[in-house]
Design a protein around this ligand. Structure first.
Ligand SMILES: [Zn+2]
Length: 289
């Protein structure tokens, strides 16, 4: 009888415990839906002796440093990488590499591969891949990610993989391996995961098929990644268009489009090459949620 009562008590307790456990158990990260976190990766840096190439008529002859970021997004459907920065090969050159016909010196202090390795992520783990555009400081490590599906605008695809990439200042050697990967060619805005968590926005002008990315982070809220639709805060505030952009009218229209998205979504604009802003962001292995 005592034994029975004990057994009943134990059973009651274990049932109670499992109810408590079920109620108290936090949702495991891998069970969560949508985007859970995003890493900002250092993807090199650059400097110019004359920033007015980006702001015609303003700050003529003044030097400026630019940041270069990549963004690694953890979605329950898989890892997405947005931008791949300056080539890791530049890390071997202590004086950096001169690019853009002499307007920029590129440097890499820490490779993209070493940062992924620190996070225990292999390049083959990246399943979704996108670039704001195909200039060398954004697709520098593109050839690493041959297991991913590439999301690219039709106009950028035609320029980058067509017969005259040099006309658009593209260097196919940096991204040639992506020819053989699955490619989703876009004709405008696109909801990547179909759940509204990550949206590609067509923002042409800097290049023919430039695009920007909106990520809805669970705690931080919506963040809009500019790409090179704008290069730094002063240019954003004054709607300045760099002299070498592919199309000035498109560039201005794309800035207005981004401004409308920011207002509608109550989003924050993260400008890829704005070093003062980039310096304030947490970098991998830290992340934003
Ligand atoms: Zn660019």
């Amino acid at each position: 009888m005592v034994k029975n009562r004990q057994a009943t008590a134990i059973r009651f307790c274990s049932v109670l415990l499992s109810i408590v456990w079920l109620c108290a158990a936090p949702a495991r990260a891998e069970d969560a839906q949508g985007v859970q976190r995003m890493y900002v990766l250092y993807c090199g840096e650059s400097e110019t002796k004359d920033v007015s190439i980006w702001s015609p008529g303003v700050d003529v002859g003044k030097p400026r440093e630019f940041s270069d970021s990549c963004y690694l997004i953890h979605h329950d459907k898989g890892w997405m990488l947005w931008e791949s920065g300056i080539s890791d090969a530049v890390a071997d050159k202590p004086d950096g590499v001169v690019a853009g016909g002499g307007i920029l010196t590129l440097r890499v202090q820490k490779t993209l591969q070493s940062q992924l390795h620190e996070l225990a992520i292999a390049p083959a783990d990246i399943k979704y891949l996108g670039f704001s555009h195909f200039h060398g400081d954004h697709v520098g490590n593109a050839n690493l990610f041959t297991e991913a599906t590439l999301y690219i605008q039709q106009a950028e695809y035609d320029a980058a993989f067509g017969s005259e990439p040099a006309k658009f200042n593209f260097n196919p050697a940096l991204y040639e391996k992506l020819r053989a990967t699955p490619i989703v060619i876009l004709q405008g805005d696109h909801d990547v995961f179909g759940d509204g968590s990550v949206t590609i926005y067509s923002t042409p002008g800097h290049t023919p098929g430039h695009q920007s990315l909106l990520i809805r982070l669970p705690k931080t809220g919506p963040v809009l990644l500019s790409g090179d639709a704008v290069h730094f805060q002063e240019n954003w505030e004054n709607r300045r268009v760099p002299a070498r952009n592919f199309n000035k009218e498109q560039s201005l229209a794309s800035m207005e489009k981004l401004a409308a998205i920011l207002e509608r979504e109550h989003a924050t604009l993260w400008i890829n090459h704005d070093k003062p802003q980039t310096d304030t962001l947490p970098h991998a292995p830290d992340f934003v949620e």
